[in-house]
Design a protein around this ligand. Structure first.
Ligand code: DGJ
Length: 736
């Protein structure tokens, strides 16, 4: 891995053993883009890739020169209004109203490692030699505003990480109206665009269309990344599939309002951008101040979408998730939400925990309803003091009993960013919610959003959460967020800074996470926003796992987990077995299928085990044993999608250990079919020459399993037990 600089051509070449990213300083001092993809040999100049041609209807910066125009240059940090007409990376509004910026090359430095982003989540390095960073400073000479762009290339991950700092070194304040974290200009448009969209309970369903002329984008303006679109995009060559072909991935490490867009011009080039959504955003930057934009990651794989997911999984698992839980086995948990909702008292919780312990479950999580006057969702949020009517000795007493009497670890639910009007907090501080002057605020689930752009509000919530944590035995926290933001106005800031509040809000969330994870490093955090409404890489920096969706139906979960897996590793996806009929869909699926689906995530239960039959309980006991035996393989191995539930009446996926001696495959047949054909499931990621034993099936070479496939169904007359929603797990073991 290295960053090369060639003085004469002013080319910078970032590469590792597999990828190259090449940029240059253009004639006018702006940054041009030359190449991103499969590794290229280093050479003095790749400037021959730049276009300079006389074209009608172009504008040209140099008098007398009709060949150089920014409109026809691939660029790294484009601006609008000085011969480029496409969407810019940055827009600065000066005091005089001008929006023209001229970011010219000023200096560069190359160093080992990777910078931290102040107050923001980002990938990191741990040991020397893992990454190299190129830092380029561009300067606008009229305002003396500088743009410090960082490009990091990793030794072990085929990804380029970018971020940008804007420093106002001038004497006048400016407004930042737009700042993109990553711009990548591709030289053609022959790509499929795949976004991950949905809604509550059906998050991150892949949607594909051919890239077309004009602008296409996914965004959030809800104050969180959202259920509707995920800050992740795949561009793939139309012929690429899960196993082969060229694929790019774009992921923004941010949890607030975002945009990812592609602008395809009429010359067939494609400008991909990601960053803070410029809609409703502006930042007032005074002289001497700096603004840091979130980090964007772009990856490249020539091994199809499974190859691309493998890069993201490894990078995020190893160099985004932090703390002791990064490398530790995640506990099997039981959460009381779908078991009791608000209808519980201490003894009911203890009964469930005792039963769960006897099934081998390790962590008991108390969900919503334990604090203030909360007995339903209309009241109590904001008052993080235990309700002594239901928990006589508070969380301190309950957590002690869970540990001592039930032999389990204890976890607790919070929704720190919210308040109900019926609460002591709102009565005391009605001005602490986001609210426009002289106007009413919308509620969502009867709750209002606390103004996390204010330090005093974050300080208060920190103190009340820390007080509960300190007096109790808490090993896990589920951090929920159950509504989107409206009326985003803060009474604490002047008019010219109101465009900052959405971003300042999310900085406040990160700040609270940072304080809690620093002060209580032993606690495992799980992020949640009405299920998967803030399932993004920004959250993963603080909370190693996220609640993937409120939908716990096994069939729907196949789709949700399948879609989520394109970017996010299995050890980040909370996945629970719940009771039937399912609470979201009323569907009944076999316990085995609920288990076989949740197994490929961070595993847990969401049911009252005391109400199960003996047979069901025994089945759960052996499920827990199985998880304990295979969770390390599932969470650290390489994941492959095999059959998509979006395209078939079946689904399949598998995980292969790093040394390829072990693998686990999940196969799911959604609806039973009559007189079905013989099925061969082609596996992936194995060693062709290894002999794998599959219990109940036989011994097969990796080559056979990957090319001929594993025969998974019996002829119908032999398979009398088959019904809808069936599934099977296959374990593969080999001696080297
Ligand atoms: C939404 C979450 O997604 C659920 O799991 C549960 O914690 C409820 N909130 C509690 O209000």
């Amino acid at each position: 891995m290295a960053v090369y600089f060639h003085g004469e051509s002013r080319n910078f070449h970032l590469s590792n053993d597999r990828i190259s990213y090449i940029l240059t300083v253009l004639r006018n001092g702006h940054l041009g883009h030359l190449y991103f993809g499969k590794k290229l040999p280093d050479r003095e100049s790749y400037n021959y890739l730049l276009e300079e041609a006389l074209r009608p209807m172009t504008s040209n910066p140099y008098e007398g020169d009709r060949k150089f125009s920014l409109e026809h240059c691939l660029q790294e940090f484009p601006v609008y209004g000085s011969s480029d007409y496409r969407e810019p990376a940055v827009e600065i509004r000066e005091g005089n109203g001008s929006r023209i910026t001229d970011p010219r090359f000023d200096s560069y430095r190359i160093y080992s490692g990777k910078p931290r982003l102040e107050g923001l989540p980002a990938t990191y390095t741990e040991c020397p030699g893992e990454a190299e960073t190129l830092e380029i400073t561009l300067r606008d000479s009229v305002t003396n505003v500088c743009f410090i762009l960082s490009f990091t290339v990793f030794r072990d991950y085929d990804a380029v990480a970018r971020s940008c700092k804007i420093c106002n070194n001038g004497t006048e304040p400016v407004h930042i109206e737009r700042i993109m974290s990553f711009t990548l200009d591709l030289d053609d448009n022959y790509y499929d665009w795949i976004q991950f969209s949905g809604a509550w309970a059906r998050e991150r369903f892949p949607e594909k269309h051919r890239l077309h002329t004009g602008i296409q984008s996914i965004t959030s303006a809800r104050g969180h990344s959202g259920h509707m679109h995920n800050p992740f995009l795949i561009l793939k060559r139309p012929s690429a599939d899960e196993h082969q072909g060229e694929v790019f991935g774009f992921s923004l490490i941010y949890s607030g309002n975002f945009i990812i867009q592609a602008e395809v011009d009429t010359y067939g080039t494609s400008r991909i951008q990601m960053g803070i959504n410029p809609f409703q955003f502006s930042w007032f930057l005074k002289p001497g101040e700096t603004f840091t934009a979130p980090e964007g990651i772009a990856t490249y794989s020539s091994k199809g979408m499974n190859g691309l997911s493998g890069i993201f999984h490894q990078l995020y698992r190893e160099r985004l998730i932090r703390g002791i839980w990064r490398d530790k086995e995640r506990p099997v948990l039981i959460n009381n939400w779908e078991a009791t909702y608000f209808d519980f008292d201490e003894e009911r919780l203890i009964d469930i925990a005792k039963k769960a312990h006897s099934a081998g479950i390790e962590l008991f999580v108390l969900d919503d309803g334990w604090f203030g006057c909360r007995r339903d969702d209309t009241q109590g949020l904001g008052d993080w003091t235990p309700n002594k009517n239901i928990l006589p000795d508070g969380i301190a007493g309950l957590s002690r009993r869970i540990e001592e009497e039930c032999g389990m670890k204890f976890g607790l639910w919070f929704e720190p960013e919210m308040v109900n009007k019926k609460s002591v907090l709102y009565e005391t501080h009605p001005d602490w919610i986001l609210q426009a002057p002289y106007r009413k605020s919308c509620h969502g689930r009867h709750q209002y959003v606390l103004d996390f752009s204010r330090k005093d509000v974050v300080d208060y919530i920190y103190s009340s959460m820390a007080a509960v944590i300190k007096e109790s035995r808490i090993s896990y926290i589920k951090w929920d967020m159950n509504r989107s933001i409206t009326e985003c106005y803060s009474k604490a800031y002047p008019p010219e800074q109101q465009g900052e509040i959405f971003h300042r809000y999310i900085l406040g969330v990160y700040d609270l996470y940072d304080r809690l994870t620093t002060e209580f490093p032993h606690i495992l955090f799980e992020s949640c926003a009405s299920g998967g409404g803030r399932f993004d890489p920004g959250m993963m920096f603080y909370a190693p796992q996220g609640w993937t969706s409120d939908d716990t139906d096994a069939v729907e979960r196949l789709k949700i987990q399948y879609g989520t897996s394109y970017c996010y590793p299995l050890n980040s996806m909370g996945a629970h077995v719940s009771i039937i009929p399912n609470h979201q869909l009323n569907r009944s699926t076999p316990l085995s299928t609920r288990f076989n689906t949740a197994l490929f995530g961070v595993f847990g239960y969401e049911m009252d085990l005391t109400r199960l039959s003996d047979r069901e309980f025994m089945e759960i006991k052996s499920q827990v044993e199985f998880v304990k035996e295979y969770r390390t393989l599932i969470h650290s191995g390489t994941f492959y999608r095999l059959l998509s539930p979006f395209e078939n009446n079946e689904a399949a996926w598998m995980v292969v250990s790093h040394d390829k001696t072990e693998a686990i495959t999940g196969y799911y047949k959604i609806l039973n079919d009559v007189n079905a054909g013989f099925k061969r499931l082609k596996l992936a990621g194995l060693d062709e020459s290894f002999q794998y034993t599959i219990e109940g099936k036989g011994i097969f070479s990796g080559a056979e399993l990957m090319s001929a496939g594993l025969v998974i169904n019996n002829p119908p007359e032999q398979d009398k037990t088959a019904s809808d929603f069936r599934s099977e797990i296959f374990l593969l073991k080999s001696q080297k």
